[in-house]
Write a protein that binds this ligand. Sequence first.
Ligand code: UD1
Length: 313
Amino acid sequence: MSPILVTGAAGFIGSHTVDQLLAAGLAVSGVDNFRTGRRTNLERALASPAFTLHEADITAGDTLDRLVATTRPAAIIHLAALVSVQESIADPALNYLLNLHATHLVAEAARTHGVPRLVFASSAAIYGDNPAFPLHEAAEKNPISPYGAAKLASEALLLGHGRSFGLTVRCQRYFNVFGARQDPASPYSGVISIFARRYREGLPPTLFGDGGQTRDFISVHDVARANLLAATRPAIPSGATNICTGRATSLQEVVQVFQSHYPHVSPPRRAAPRSGDILHSRGAPEKATAELGFAAAIGIEAGLGELILSRAA
Ligand code: UD1
């Protein structure tokens, strides 16, 4: 059986995607350079004989080309990336290398070796400060960071390859993904990963603003399932869709769920709103349902409950 090749396999979304591909009975080849990915994320996967892990930097020389030549994957799910918006602002050259040049190498390796399908980790960051609510895929793209710009450019590059060389390309515009294995290391990490760590340590989180801001928070399990569908569903067209729930959840609601699990932790501390923050964000989920048969199934309460109870959180 031809494997599915997952780049960034040891990352937050990558490792959950690998787990779901294996659970679906597929062979999986994973590649990661462990820059931000962690081997512990792959503990379950590494116990499976259907999983092969390659420790390599896909931007180095012909590493990726050789890997694709030898694994002959049925699809590539390209999730390896520089994932921090703040880091892309601090180091635009690294952002270019990891978020755009790497995409070009993936597209070229797929073309050279006849890989029929590519799935790409795009982001709601391509919409930038567009205030449309909900955000439909056709909304104007106003990226406000090198990260968002590289994701948008990557989409264009991949879809261009798809049309020129006949591969199916799926660009997955993830909204605010949360779940176990997300790294809470920086103050700009996903808010739920930061809150999960604070509550686990018995400390109140900090709310920037009044907590009325909303986001389209989607469980990483739903995101992994969307990746599985994009990589394996027969006879789908190339395209780009939001991967979101279509629901806006306020930070106050998030806090309430945490408080119900940690009744002894004092209420959040308040701080001034973070400059540059948008107030409300929500994606339109209909196009993903039409093109991939995907609809998010995990609500915020169930998703946070699972995260809080999971030991890997
Ligand atoms: C996303 C990026 C962020 C970037 C911003 C603007 C991620 C995880 N975040 O933020 O790096 O700067 O787009 O391009 O990709 N919050 C708190 N307390 C905290 C942390 C966050 O109240 O300890 C608030 C934030 O102010 C924000 C909300 O939670 O209002 C969500 O924050 P975040 O998870 O960073 O997502 P985005 O705002 O979408």
